[in-house]
Design a protein around this ligand. Structure first.
Ligand code: SF4
Length: 467
């Protein structure tokens, strides 16, 4: 079937009730045990550790190759979608097509499940998996591949995708593995700009990720976090020996923005390496920060529901909300404690950048004067996170996002004048998949300003303190 024919058939399908049914029946929270779970590659380290934590619970999870299918993703979208949607669509189409070619008549689509989480709220991310379902359904051979999701709506509850005896343990393991991914990234960002020999850190980190994956796969199902922390501590201790004591500390640049773009080196044209090449030490906002934010938002949601339920004098509803609230508070406390444990195992050996605290981030919104928390989205984290970087004496902030991204554009509008007043260099770095000839100049100019900021900070001319 040609592309035009598929497009026409899609339009006809749109009027068909069964198409809408498939958005529920084949975009679902179903048990992935026994399937090959296809995970999109977002943050390279964390995606691989997440796959390892699924494997620890017996799910054959693999991370798909990324970005090579962008052409395919574009071919099956209109151009108005967010770039991460096109990239991930291309990844799944290319992967399934390659599997079909590789296996021939042995290709069994029902053996696969495609993992694409979603979010509630005003952003288009909630619709990625629906759109991708419509596109996959244009290929009869890919129709049996279910799209499996976790949602911010219920704080990434995993009960739907694994059997009950495993789901709760998996939720805890996956949180710790995401934080482990964050600290491994932070080890690389702290050491690489000062390494004794070029390439030393990247080669070592490659082996380190494989080592931590093995540990997670072997002992993760028993929640042996001590073993994971021990492995991270050993990695940090070795990485610390790569630091050249003769290299002076560089200007420190913080990255904020849309989670996929800022974490996905292929789509952000490896901005962290680029900034390091022009003289920066870089810290990207973490994935743990996003999970913690979702938990805090879930608690807020319950607060709002509580007021309404009490107004209606629905006492049974109130009791349910109290139970939910207690469960979420325990989860929030648990996350905080585990995150502290993981960071501590590394901080004993190497001074990586600690993660942002969500309550500190929200405090920077100045009682919603700068941005109202109720709007939600990543803009809260981007605005508060940038101001937290500023508070800790960073020398510049880069906002990395897909071209036309709604929350990042709002964050840019708020941050530009604010950081300008604070005399902190700021750069918007939107990406649409094309190479922009002036990007290099913009990054070099930004780094020149960041270096000046650092010089002024060290001599005390801007009243700042070193981070
Ligand atoms: S955060 Fe940006 S890229 Fe992601 S769905 Fe929203 S608008 Fe699209």
């Amino acid at each position: 079937m040609s592309y035009d024919e598929r497009k026409m058939s899609l339009t006809m399908q749109r009027t068909d009730q069964s198409t809408f049914d498939r958005l529920h029946t084949s975009v679902q929270q179903s048990d992935v045990s026994g399937k090959t779970l296809l995970i999109p590659d977002m943050a390279p380290i964390s995606s691989r550790l997440l796959a390892a934590s699924f494997r620890a619970f017996g799910v054959n999870a693999i991370v798909m190759e990324t970005y090579k299918g962008l052409g395919l993703g574009r071919k099956h979208t209109s151009g108005k979608e967010c770039l991460p949607c096109q990239i991930t669509l291309g990844d799944i189409l290319l992967h399934l097509q390659s599997e079909k070619e590789r296996l021939g008549s042995g290709f069994a689509p029902e053996q696969y499940a495609y993992f694409m989480p979603e979010a509630d709220g005003p952003c288009r991310f909630g619709m990625y998996n629906k759109l991708q379902r419509l596109v996959l359904d244009q290929f009869p051979e890919f129709q049996p591949v279910p799209i499996v999701y976790l949602s911010t709506m219920n704080n990434y509850e995993t009960a739907g995708i694994l059997p009950p005896d495993k789901a709760r343990l998996f939720r805890r393991l996956s949180y710790v593995t995401l934080v482990a991914g964050d600290v491994l990234d932070r080890i690389a960002w702290r050491v690489r700009p000062y390494e004794l020999r070029p390439g030393l850190t990247d080669t070592f980190m490659h082996e380190a990720v494989a080592k931590v994956s093995d540990v997670i796969e072997t002992v993760g199902a028993d929640l042996r976090f001590d073993a994971i922390c021990r492995a991270l501590g050993q990695i940090a201790a070795t990485a610390a020996t790569f630091l050249d004591p003769h290299k002076p500390r560089r200007p420190i640049v913080g990255i904020i923005g849309e989670i996929y773009l800022r974490s996905h080196p292929a789509s952000n044209q490896n901005i962290i390496h680029q900034l390091e090449r022009y003289g920066a030490e870089v810290v990207d906002a973490s994935l743990g920060e996003w999970i913690n934010y979702i938990t805090s938002e879930s608690l807020k949601k319950i607060d709002r529901q509580w007021l309404e339920t009490r107004r209606r004098k629905d006492w049974a509803g109130c009791r349910t909300l109290v139970r939910k609230w207690i469960g979420l508070q325990i989860e929030a406390y648990y996350q905080k404690w585990r995150q502290w444990q993981v960071y501590r195992s590394v901080l004993r050996h190497l001074d990586i950048q600690p993660d942002h605290n969500i309550s500190h981030i929200k405090k920077h919104l100045d009682r919603n004067r700068l941005f109202h928390e109720a709007i939600g989205t990543e803009a809260v984290l981007s605005i508060g996170g940038a101001l937290e970087y500023a508070h800790h004496g960073f020398d510049g902030v880069v906002n990395v996002f897909p071209f036309t991204c709604m929350p990042s554009t709002m964050a840019s509008a708020v941050l530009k004048p604010l950081l300008n007043d604070m005399k902190i260099p700021y750069l918007d770095a939107p990406y649409d998949g094309a190479i922009q000839p002036n990007r290099d100049v913009a990054l070099r100019t930004f780094m020149y300003q960041a270096q000046q900021h650092r010089d002024a900070r060290i001599t005390g001319r801007n009243g700042g303190t070193p981070p």
